[in-house]
Design a protein around this ligand. Structure first.
Ligand SMILES: C[S@@+](CC[C@H](N)C(=O)[O-])C[C@H]1O[C@@H](n2cnc3c(N)ncnc32)[C@H](O)[C@@H]1O
Length: 208
């Protein structure tokens, strides 16, 4: 039997086609075989930081995948939630949960044409990571946000260091305010030893 995707295969992706192929294979087992078994807690950290920063709906979940962030946001009474993702199959799993208002297949590295923009909030867990999305996409997200919108974007720590994120946040200057960073563990102690202490940087800010 072919090996199911895992974190290491995801970090090694090099193109949108590879991303689509991997998440097509991963979509059905992602929540249980990855999320639960590895103690993937980043969606909860992102949602809690968003609500803690005063974030409100309508909110856009970027790289929504199977909807793990939406599940937590809904429990926290933050709605409506729309999701975008490159993978139709991941969004199909999210749709079955009945949490999201609209789910749209699109590439966040391209300008976004979203009928429900502008959003009062933008969240993202696990999408700004190795092999996935770099910092240039942040400009596309700012374009679909309302003035005063709260952003909470997780960025894998290693990706943050090497991917040019610091320069992009510096260049945004007065376009954003209340910029803060919080480093959190991506997984809990259930994770394989090699990733147990992986860190994501939550980048929290407001669109000016
Ligand atoms: C690790 S999963 C995270 C999914 C969900 N946010 C979570 O925390 O479980 C990364 C997601 O990013 C999506 N993705 C990768 N590149 C993308 C792109 N350029 N535009 C939109 N989504 C993308 C993938 O399809 C995948 O669903």
């Amino acid at each position: 039997m072919a090996k199911l995707p895992d974190v290491d295969s995801a970090y090694a992706l090099t193109s949108p086609d590879e991303i689509k192929d991997l998440y097509r294979q991963w979509s059905h087992s992602y929540d249980v075989g990855f999320g639960e078994s590895q103690g993937y807690q980043l969606p909860r950290e992102v949602a809690a930081a968003f609500v803690g920063a005063g974030g409100e709906g309508p909110v856009l979940d970027v790289g929504a995948g199977t909807g793990l962030v939406g599940e937590v946001l809904r429990v926290m009474n933050t709605e409506p939630i729309d999701g975008i993702d490159l993978s139709q199959e991941m969004l199909d799993m999210a749709a079955m949960k009945g949490i999201y208002r609209h789910l749209v297949v699109c590439d966040v590295t391209e300008p976004l044409d979203l009928r429900d923009a502008p959003y009062n909030g933008v969240v993202s867990a696990g999408t700004f990571t190795l092999g996935h999305v770099g910092p240039s996409a942040i400009h596309n997200l700012i374009d679909v946000a309302a003035t005063g919108a709260v952003f909470v974007l997780s960025v894998n720590q290693a990706h943050y260091a090497t991917g040019g994120f610091e320069a992009v946040f510096e260049d945004l200057g007065a376009q954003i305010s209340a910029l803060q960073f919080r480093d959190v563990r991506i997984y809990d102690d259930r994770a394989d030893e090699v990733h147990r202490n992986d860190i994501a940087r939550l980048v929290i800010f407001t669109k000016s």
